[in-house]
Ligand binder design. Structure first.
Ligand SMILES: Cc1cc2nc3c(=O)[nH]c(=O)nc-3n(C[C@H](O)[C@H](O)[C@H](O)COP(=O)(O)OP(=O)(O)OC[C@H]3O[C@@H](n4cnc5c(N)ncnc54)[C@H](O)[C@@H]3O)c2cc1C
Length: 501
């Protein structure tokens, strides 16, 4: 038997560090494995990851966190999807809503039936058949209730929260479960001469911290995986050219929306994330196509309410590590790669990395077969999210800037090209088990950005048109009745999980 790992050292106390510490401290008792987290008082966290996707609820379930307590502590709100404004053409908008849309029939996706009827003016807009879209546009939200077959029995939602409060919440959770925390800056990473494994880190105080296994959560610095172990970065900026973001919070204005907004701008896009106490905003842009000052101006001119601080500039590059796990170190969070927050996927990638680490949990020798399997799976996940993000940029019909023309004409990965071509030719969409986003998500974006298939599936014609019309009408009726029954988002939060101040 190989020796068991007795001590894990996590370097970094941002969202990735504290999510990892919290989840590992739930999985291991202190006797089984000690967990030690080091965070620097001098190097700030990114502090902007505020929107999530529904899978994050599994993370909370694994930690046995109470939903209401969590939302209260993080000034959280609920999220039914993301509204994309101006991504197809200026002036257009669509919702990438979570959850079901319509109802599949004859083993075919709903959108085939919708397409036939819509082409004849006999169907409502696609989003009208989604409970989440309809509820979002009326600023309504509630969690699932017992309601038979109605959409109310299975409402798919995520959270929007204050990133700093989220890290604080998880820090408290992890410390209560025995995680050791050291506040110091790592000055040096020490490697074993014989196998190149990490033996420990030296802090700027002179203290040495040793361990059996290391998690690099040091953010873009990638102190362990890159600086110490020399694992290269795979650059994806040719596909995802945005490399900067200005971020600023502003006062809330108007009704509390249960969704994130992504608004296309001439050289990128702007996010709006409504929280209980403020709205998070950011302008993601490509410095090749726009100067920093101009991008800052655009953000400040497009806030819903008064800015609460000076905007902060963040720099990044799209891409991933060549290996996410190397020797006795796994990179989690921004040290492992960066995919811009267009579909709020980074926190999710942290979550799945932690789950995958637990599933592949090694002995001290970190068998290369195990690490290779971990890396393969993580690559597939990253590649699939990358394709979904590129899709939004590529299938645009904007002609108002060089940025959008570049995105429309740029070379895209073959995997994505194959998917778009298949959809255009036949309306078919395929998803593999590695895909984070479902067929419904792909179709919402494709149709939302005016990519219409040449034809619908031939089997649709085996159902009488009157029958299809009746079914569409019924689905919409159920959606509308369900939304009618749903509370206003702000009232719901007030009633169940309002933050204390
Ligand atoms: C503009 C932007 C918007 C984003 N929006 C979203 C979003 O809406 N949804 C989403 O899911 N994700 C989003 N993300 C990503 C999300 O913010 C990150 O995935 C998440 O915050 C994890 O960051 P991290 O913990 O890896 O790194 P960081 O937050 O940078 O934390 C790094 C930690 O490492 C420590 N550290 C660094 N060097 C040392 C050292 N030498 N010694 C000791 N400690 C050290 C720092 O002190 C810090 O504690 C966004 C990212 C950006 C850039």
């Amino acid at each position: 038997m190989n020796e068991k790992i007795k001590k894990i050292v996590i370097v970094g106390g941002g969202t990735a560090g504290w999510m990892t510490a919290a989840r590992l401290s739930k999985a291991f008792t202190k006797e089984l494995c000690e967990i030690h987290l080091i965070e620097s008082p001098d190097i700030p966290t990114v502090g902007v990851g505020e929107a999530t996707i529904p899978h994050v609820r599994h993370f909370n379930t694994a930690l046995e966190i109470d939903d209401d307590e969590f939302v209260k502590h993080t000034q959280g709100t609920f999220k039914l999807g993301i509204e994309f404004v101006g991504w197809g053409k200026p002036g257009e908008r669509y919702m990438h809503a979570f959850g079901d849309l319509g109802r599949d029939m004859l083993n075919l996706h709903f959108h085939h039936f919708w397409q036939k009827m819509h082409a004849q003016g006999k169907a409502e807009p696609f989003g009208a058949y989604s409970y989440n879209t309809a509820a979002a546009y009326q600023n309504r939200f509630m969690r699932s209730i017992e309601a038979g077959n109605s959409p109310l029995s299975n409402i798919t939602y995520a959270y929007q929260f204050d990133a700093n409060l989220y890290a604080d919440f998880l820090r408290d959770y992890a410390l209560k479960r025995g995680v050791t925390r050291t506040e110091a800056t790592v000055a040096q990473v020490n490697l074993n001469a014989n196998d190149g494994f990490i033996s420990g880190v030296s802090l700027n105080s002179g203290e040495q911290i040793t361990g059996d296994f290391f998690v690099d959560c040091s953010g873009f610095k990638a102190l362990l995986i890159d600086k110490a172990l020399g694992v290269d970065f795979v650059d994806w900026s040719e596909y995802l050219p945005c490399d900067r973001a200005w971020a600023v919070a502003c006062e809330n204005k108007g009704e509390l929306k249960p969704y994130t907004q992504s608004i296309a701008q001439p050289a990128g896009w702007q996010w709006r994330i409504p929280l209980q106490h403020r709205t998070g905003n950011g302008h993601v842009f490509s410095s090749k196509f726009m100067a920093e000052d101009e991008a800052r101006e655009i953000l400040l001119n497009n806030l819903d309410g008064k800015a609460l601080a000076e905007p902060r500039l963040l720099k990044f590059k799209a891409g991933k590590r060549e290996k996410f796990w190397h020797k006795n170190c796994v990179a989690i969070g921004l040290s492992s790669g960066f995919l811009e927050p267009l579909e709020s996927t980074s926190i999710h990638l942290i979550q799945t990395a932690i789950d995958r680490l637990l599933a592949h949990f090694p002995d001290r020798n970190c068998d290369p077969t195990v690490t290779a399997h971990y890396n393969e799976n993580t690559h597939r996940e990253y590649d699939s999210v990358r394709d979904f993000l590129i899709l939004h940029y590529h299938v645009n019909q904007r002609d108002d800037s060089d940025f959008w023309r570049y995105c429309r004409n740029m070379k895209i990965p073959d995997t994505l090209k194959a998917r778009i071509d298949l959809f255009r030719a036949s309306g078919q969409i395929y998803c593999s088990k590695d895909d984070l986003f479902s067929a419904v998500s792909w179709v919402e974006v494709l149709l939302g950005q005016n990519i219409t298939p040449q034809s619908y599936h031939p089997l649709v014609d085996s159902m009488a048109e009157s029958d299809i019309a009746l079914r569409l009408e019924r689905i919409k009726g159920v959606v509308d009745a369900s939304v009618e029954h749903t509370s206003k988002h702000a009232e719901y939060i007030q009633r169940t999980c309002a933050a204390k101040n």
